[in-house]
Design a protein around this ligand. Structure first.
Ligand SMILES: N[C@@H](CCC(=O)N[C@@H](CS)C(=O)NCC(=O)O)C(=O)O
Length: 328
């Protein structure tokens, strides 16, 4: 775990001493958008037109932020248009690497050994964390964007004119509601589990834990009333919540001490998670071996002996049966 400072790698853990024991996630820096016509998107510069074979993704199968992108790629049927490299689940002193292991897919551009080398290819003086996902332009040889929330927005529509699969997960008329749910879920759940797990003070841990479970209790109630987070149709908001929920009992409950309740104790949330898991092409994006190996091995301050638990046993194939659960 570390970061680049003016193009040099430094092996440093997150510094919570200046923030009172609180984990603060840093801002993402590459913010260009792929668009159907190559015009600029909401941020960044122009020149990234949607074209088959032009873009490449660097992901970790362990990472919930990268996972959203893999899911959107699968939902939109972009597997043949956008290629993927997968890092080794262990994030060590050099950060993410491409060290060979089952499921790892090497860097096609110049066989980088570490992900930070990919960042340096885009900017030899880069300063910041080296995170997945990374959306890479094979034509211009640079990073388009490394912010998952923006990458999923572009994949949702930019390739529609060149045979992406039908489906709009962020329809204009629902956008305000989707954005509102996203920001609440991001703060309390997606990033919430990290704020709990990386807290280095008891009071911060307790505060963040209460926020997380208050939010899960509210989501449980909501999903007892309606099928999806923003009404009757599945949207981006659901997929963003899913990637945290699917890791909850296997990792966050024990490794991050998010243990007031298990996800499988929540009737609606658990059935919802199974429903989304069973969605066409989604189960293939879930890799519990990478998920568990990453978290339990990569945070020695939390799990010094690096024991990876064998459980829990989760029956994700059990029918979701949500029609019967929804009490209108
Ligand atoms: N804002 C980013 C966050 C991505 C992120 O934090 N990824 C983690 C993996 S789960 C990472 O690569 N961390 C490495 C580090 O912070 O050094 C996004 O959503 O794309």
């Amino acid at each position: 775990m570390g970061l680049l400072i003016d193009g040099k790698w430094h092996d440093k853990w997150y510094d919570t001493s200046s923030t009172g024991g609180r984990f603060v996630r840093s801002e993402t820096q590459f913010r260009n958008w792929i668009t159907s016509d190559g015009k600029p998107g909401p941020s960044g510069t122009a020149g990234f037109r949607a074209e088959p074979g032009r873009y490449h993704l660097y992901v970790s199968l362990a990472c919930p932020w990268a996972h959203r992108v893999l899911i959107m790629r699968a939902l939109k049927g972009l597997e043949n248009m956008i290629s993927v490299s997968v890092v080794n689940p262990y994030m060590g002193e050099n950060g993410w690497s491409f060290d060979p292991a089952p499921g790892v897919v090497a860097d096609p551009v110049d066989a980088a050994q570490y992900l930070y080398q990919v960042y340096l290819r885009a900017n030899p003086h880069y300063t910041g964390r080296v995170t997945v996902p990374v959306l890479w332009d094979l034509q211009r040889n640079t990073i388009v964007n490394n912010e998952s929330s923006e990458i999923i927005r572009m994949l949702n529509s930019a390739f529609d004119g060149i045979c992406a699969r039908e489906g709009d997960y962020a329809p204009q008329e629902r956008l305000a509601d989707i954005n509102a749910v996203n920001s609440e879920v991001y703060d309390t759940v997606n990033n919430g589990v990290y704020k709990v797990g990386f807290a280095t003070s008891q009071s911060v841990y307790e505060q963040e834990l209460n926020k997380l479970f208050t939010s899960l209790d509210q989501l449980e109630a909501k999903l007892g009333q309606q099928r999806y987070l923003v009404g009757d149709d599945i949207t981006e908001a659901d997929w963003r919540l899913f990637t945290t929920l699917i890791r909850f009992d296997a990792v966050y409950y024990s490794h991050f001490k998010c243990n007031l309740r298990r996800l499988s104790d929540y009737e609606n949330l658990w059935a919802y998670t199974r429903e989304l898991y069973q969605w066409q092409n989604v189960a293939e994006t879930v890799n519990f071996e990478h998920i568990k190996n990453h978290y339990y091995l990569s945070h020695p301050s939390i799990n010094p002996n690096g024991i990876v638990p064998l459980g829990p046993i989760l029956d994700l194939d059990q029918p979701a049966d949500r029609n019967n659960l929804i009490k209108r």
